[in-house]
Design a protein around this ligand. Structure first.
Ligand code: SAT
Ligand code: MN
Length: 582
């Protein structure tokens, strides 16, 4: 395979700094993957699973302090602090390199340094992009094999010698005290040291496909979003494509693979985490999934909540930090109603009921997309799929209705920018705290979020056939703490209403916050949901909203003059409408 001289020079420089014993260029072959697995089984990095019930599947146990993304150690290193914006941690590029450099110098001594050329996006797509990452972790190399397209296919996609994002990953000593995830968007460069965890270490995913790509997307006029992609098929066989932005561990994978409860309707899976979205020559938004695998949350995945995911992880899957049964099968909370006897927990210790979760709450499976039973036949179409709707969803116990539709693109961008959510185990820190999370991109936007809102507005102006924008919240609860909406498979009913809205047949009522389904407009056939509970789930309380908008106003304040005028205007208009309702 031919390698760019720019890439070779960069790899030489990294090797001079990290001093590995050997350098191996990954070719992405099955033989290479098998060799990596064999090595990791030998040195204990992987444990074999039951080869009859989970063929070619393995368990990896991470360092107990390295189990989730560490946002406080994640930085955007731009020359100007303002370009990273108030919602990102910022470090000057020289300072970042000096600090991480101490731990990287000589950090790969005696170890193998893998060089992984990888392609994000389908082969043959003009929307796909190349990365070249180095790592001293075999687990990362094997995971990149699953999550991306590795080898010659990547190098063939380079449009020039320097047309790649460079990523340096080193395990270091895995101590959070010597861990940094640094992004240098101006140099198309990533440095990650001190963590072997997915979002910190599989550099193609959040670091490249979201943080660096969002920066590039702004410059080049497209969007890199934290969105699943699905096709919703109606009984006549017509497919409507939707993207949905939701925070980590808030049901994206479940919605991406949802099994329909409505006769004749089905949902096709194209992606569960990231969408790259371009405006085509006709003014239509088109999306590709840059990834080739799923890195999904295991807990609560079951035949009931996500039958497709449960089926797809029965082979060729690497599990991380799940529990183990005596018959060498993986187990996690929610997989079966009762935990099997004789479990070993995610740290390899005998587990007893009452001794905390057996699987880590952020335990994961890594599996190729094509193993998903609901995978769309066109999921790797180089042209992407045309998006007719975009969904912003978050996890909120109160305030936010089950579903409503924006009045227009600008209002929808406002709703996305106004999103807040309750935190989950996908990030290190407290779980269940409400925080702002615009477009579910707070941890992933590689530049000033004020500019990001402006970019969204500009893209809508370019799209002559802009998608409809929706807001959802599956997680609203009643006064007793019970979920108002059953969620999971029943969410297809909400998707059906969206498709009807897109087609112009869905009925809705105007409220100060957007179009809410009219009574009877959601198809509840076969679902025993009392009308009063649905009313509560869809209710917009003016007082609650006005209080929430005060908090939003404060959040917007940090962007100063970088907050687009139309967004501030939407806030003012919404407040006025709500005030007259009170
Ligand atoms: O851990 S990842 O960042 O890869 C997944 C997620 O948190 O969304
Ligand atoms: Mn994610």
């Amino acid at each position: 395979m031919s390698v760019s001289s720019v890439a070779e020079k960069w790899v030489d420089e990294v090797a001079a700094m990290t001093r590995p014993a050997r350098i191996v260029w990954a070719d992405g072959s099955k033989a290479e993957y098998d060799g990596l697995i064999e090595d990791m089984l030998r040195d204990g990095t992987l444990l074999p699973l039951n080869s009859r019930t989970y063929p070619s599947s393995y368990l990896h146990r991470s360092h107990p302090s390295d189990v989730a993304r560490t946002e406080q150690l994640t930085f955007i290193c731009t020359r100007e602090r303002e370009d990273a914006g108030p919602t990102n941690n910022w470090m000057a590029p020289v300072d970042g390199k000096a600090k991480a450099g101490q731990w990287l110098r000589g950090g790969m001594q005696g170890r193998t340094m893998w060089v992984i050329p990888y392609l994000m996006g389908p082969a043959g797509s003009s929307m796909s992009r190349v990365g070249i990452m180095v790592t001293d972790s075999a687990y990362v190399v094997a995971s990149m094999h699953i999550m991306t397209r590795v080898g010659a296919v990547a190098l063939q996609h380079m449009r020039s010698d320097d047309d790649f994002v460079a990523g340096l990953h080193a395990l270091g000593d895995l101590s959070p005290d010597r861990r940094l995830i640094l992004h240098f968007p101006e140099e198309k460069l990533i440095w990650s040291v001190g963590s072997g965890y997915g979002g910190n270490a599989l550099l193609g995913k959040k670091c490249h496909a979201l943080r660096i790509a969002s920066w590039q997307a702004r410059q080049e006029g497209w969007l890199a979003e934290h969105m699943l992609i699905i096709g919703v098929e109606d009984p006549e066989g017509r497919v409507t494509y939707l993207g949905a932005a939701m925070p980590s561990a808030s049901g994206k994978t479940n919605l991406a693979m949802v099994e329909s409860r409505l006769p004749g309707w089905r949902v096709w899976t194209l992606g569960d985490d990231i969408a790259w979205i371009h405006v085509d020559a006709t003014g239509q938004l088109r999306a590709i999934n840059p990834e080739r695998g799923f890195f999904g949350v295991a807990p609560n995945t079951s035949p009931k909540t996500n039958a497709n995911a449960t089926a797809m992880v029965r082979s060729n899957t690497i599990f991380t930090n799940v529990a183990l049964t005596p018959s060498q099968e993986p187990w996690w909370e929610g997989l079966t109603p009762e935990p099997p006897a004789g479990l070993v927990d995610w740290q390899g210790r005998p587990w007893q009921p009452g001794s905390g979760p057996a699987a880590h709450p952020n335990s994961r499976f890594t599996v190729p997309v094509h193993q998903c039973p609901s995978v769309a036949p066109n999921w790797e179409d180089p042209q992407g799929v045309p998006l007719s709707g975009l969904i912003f969803g978050s996890r909120r116990t109160a305030v936010i209705p089950l579903v409503f539709e924006a009045f227009d693109w600008t209002h929808g961008v406002f709703l996305g920018s106004a999103m807040s959510t309750e935190t989950t185990a996908a990030i290190t820190g407290k779980v269940g705290v409400v925080r702002r999370d615009p477009m579910a991109m707070l941890p992933f936007c590689g530049y000033n979020m004020g500019d990001y809102f402006a970019h969204w507005l500009a893209l809508g102006a370019q799209a002559t056939r802009a998608p409809r924008l929706f807001r959802v919240n599956w997680f609203r609860r009643d006064a007793d703490g019970k979920f108002l909406w059953p969620g999971y498979s029943e969410n297809v009913r909400v998707l059906k209403w969206m498709v009807e809205r897109i087609r112009g047949t869905g009925r809705a009522e105007e409220t100060p916050i957007g179009w809410v389904p009219s009574p009877g407009a959601l198809d509840l056939e076969g679902l025993a949901l009392p009308a009063e509970r649905l009313r509560q789930a869809l209710h917009c309380d003016a007082g609650e909203w006005l209080a929430a908008l005060d908090d939003l106003d404060e959040f917007y304040g940090q962007f100063g003059s970088r907050l687009p005028g139309p967004i501030a205007e939407q806030l003012a208009v919404t407040r006025r409408k709500l005030a007259t309702r009170r």
